[in-house]
Design a protein around this ligand. Structure first.
Ligand code: ADP
Ligand code: ASP
Ligand code: MG
Length: 433
């Protein structure tokens, strides 16, 4: 069971989540930081980097007070409350020590790791107060990424099992999401929103019967509820469908967290801590198809078109194009081709200047920035008639820069301007659902 930031966002929410865990029994629990904490820790790091110690100190004091308040509300047992206060003081003393020292990315990663340490420390004490049979496991002992920043699944599997064998027979195993060590043994993390990834990696490693992602909404909705009214939960999704939605912007799931569950064939359920009886979304290998399930949108996309005067798509041309992206470690999301040109999209402009320079040797290059990929997910197997027509029809009033279809049986992606995103999402909901 993984609980996100809002699900541990206050003392009351922590109490609710612990009762959900206790009702389940025999469970491994992965927690995020309390909502807002990771953002605060990033902001504190920024103030330290900007050489603004007073500002950093003020933010640290405010955050510390929030934890003292939460501990007071959560823990009525005087001994446990005292333990929590000591734990909070220790963590914030360590945090203040970063202020007057050299501060690089390594230190920043250590600082953002405090969020998950704080939430798990409070929750384990509350579980003890409730007399539940629970232990806290330190995620940095078994969660590890390799030189490429990818999870080292072999290491994780061996070490979580070793840790469990050393702590046998408990009802509840609690650990931190998001944080890990890297190949040099330093504290690192699985990127923003990465607690979902911790949960699916651990679920696959144990292996669990089911991986539950508990959050603040009753499952994967058929469109982005932040921009479209009246969206509805999708009760059943195929792993492939969920992976496409997560990758193309459905924030409820971390982009890569579906894969470990899919390969281990462990169903994933998205559930709402505020409405635990709601059905939510079940993600599994044999989910029913034959319909369009949901729409998502991915922001900050840049489109690059390479047009050549000579026979551009002669063999070897695409290889030359892709090699330039490979050289600059920039992955491509969408591709469309014609006789005279090829368009691709990227979501990372870090090396755009060099990429465009080198592509210009192959042809005429144009760049469109501030674009959005809208991704429609469902049963888009090519023999099924009409689904792609419905999608394109729904968007007939929106200028479309690229369309990509046929890359998988599960998605059709369209590239549009950022300013048209909300309109496009609303039109798709209106026409498809
Ligand atoms: P947590 O902190 O529990 O990990 P997140 O904020 O990361 O929660 O994810 C849940 C949020 O994802 C929802 O509150 C909702 O605003 C957003 N979201 C975006 N797209 C979707 C979608 N298609 N279905 C459900 N939620 C979505
Ligand atoms: N606390 C981390 C974040 O805010 C990880 C997570 O919540 O999944 O990104
Ligand atoms: Mg999240």
């Amino acid at each position: 069971m993984k609980f996100g930031g809002t699900s541990v966002g206050s003392a009351q929410r922590m109490k609710n989540m612990v009762s959900l865990v206790a009702a389940e029994g025999d469970v491994m629990v992965v927690l995020s930081a309390m909502s807002g904490t990771t953002n605060s820790l990033i902001s504190i790091s920024q103030s330290i980097k900007d050489n603004e110690p007073a500002n950093a100190r003020k933010q640290i004091d405010d955050l510390e007070n929030k934890y003292f308040d939460t501990a007071r509300e959560l823990l009525s047992d005087p001994d446990l409350h005292k333990k929590a206060e000591e734990g909070i003081k220790n963590i914030f003393t360590s945090l203040r020590e970063y202020i007057d020292k050299p501060f690089s990315l390594k230190e920043e990663k250590e600082v953002v790791a405090f969020g998950e340490k704080l939430s798990t420390m409070l929750v384990i004490l509350y579980m003890q107060q409730c007399k539940y049979d629970a232990v806290l496991l330190d995620a940095t002992e078994f969660m590890r990424i390799d030189e490429n920043g990818e999870p080292d699944q072999k290491f994780i599997k061996e070490n979580i099992r070793k840790t469990l064998n050393e702590n046998p027979g408990h009802k509840i195993y609690l650990t931190q999401g998001f944080i890990c060590r890297n190949s040099k043994g330093e504290i690192d993390n699985l990127q923003r929103g990465g607690s979902d990834y911790t949960a699916s990696l651990l679920g696959a490693a144990i292996p669990a019967e089911e991986i539950q992602i508990w959050t603040d909404i009753d499952g994967m909705h058929n469109n982005d509820p932040r921009f479209v009214e009246g969206t509805k939960p999708v009760n059943e999704l195929h792993f492939e469908e969920a992976a496409e939605l997560a990758y193309f912007g459905a924030k409820i799931l971390h982009p890569t967290c579906v894969l470990p569950a899919k390969y281990a064939n462990i169903p994933v359920r998205l559930l709402n801590t505020m409405e635990p009886e709601a059905e939510g979304t079940r993600i599994f290998n044999t989910a029913p198809t034959r319909k369009i399930k949901a729409v998502a949108a991915k922001d900050n996309i840049t489109a690059i078109k390479i047009k050549s005067s000579h026979m551009l798509l002669a063999y070897g041309f695409l290889r030359k194009v892709f090699e330039i992206f490979e050289k600059y470690q920039t992955s491509i999301d969408m591709i469309t081709t014609s006789e005279v040109g090829v368009s691709v999209t990227i979501d990372n402009e870090r090396n755009l200047k060099q990429i465009v320079e080198e592509l210009s040797e192959l042809g005429n290059v144009t760049v469109d920035r501030d674009m959005v990929i809208v991704c429609v997910v469902g049963d888009l197997e090519w023999q099924n008639r009409g689904f792609e027509a419905d999608v394109v029809n729904a968007l007939k009033e929106v200028p479309v820069r690229m369309i990509s279809y046929g890359g998988s049986n599960y998605n059709i992606s369209l590239l549009i301007k950022k300013d048209d995103k909300i309109k496009a999402l609303k039109l798709l909901s209106k026409h498809l659902f």
